[in-house]
Design a protein around this ligand. Structure first.
Ligand code: FES
Length: 117
């Protein structure tokens, strides 16, 4: 198992997941506001996360993921696509949901966007 914590605008969400779970699946499991406009098939960047802890517990980024991240907003060294990041080792992972991912999530869900104040 791995403990995954997502950090949003002003809240956090946590879940324990089995190895083999993607970060996007983990977000869904705990209700974290991570976008997924393409449905998790590596064709958008709305599941963009910053993995600030435990990045080495995840699968390596493949070329397809790197190509999509090249077109994402505010890419950092910690950037990953949630739908392409598979949890492969036990431990604790902390990821901040990117602004573009929060935008995509709140555009498609009725929950109020906490960034609106
Ligand atoms: S949900 Fe579209 S690339 Fe991950």
């Amino acid at each position: 198992m791995a403990l995954v914590r997502f950090v949003g605008h002003d809240d956090t969400w946590e879940t324990d997941v089995s190895l083999g779970t993607t970060m996007l699946e983990a977000a869904r499991a705990c209700g974290a506001p991570e976008g997924d406009a393409c449905g998790g098939v590596c064709a958008c960047s709305t599941c963009h996360l910053y993995v600030t802890q435990g990045g080495d517990l995840l699968s390596e980024a493949e070329e397809d993921e790197e190509d999509i991240l090249d077109k994402a907003f505010d890419v950092q060294i910690t950037s990953r696509l949630g739908c392409q990041s598979i949890i492969e080792r036990e431990g604790k992972i902390v990821a901040t949901v990117s602004g573009e991912s929060l935008d995509a999530y709140y555009n498609e869900h009725d929950d109020p966007d906490p960034r609106d104040g």
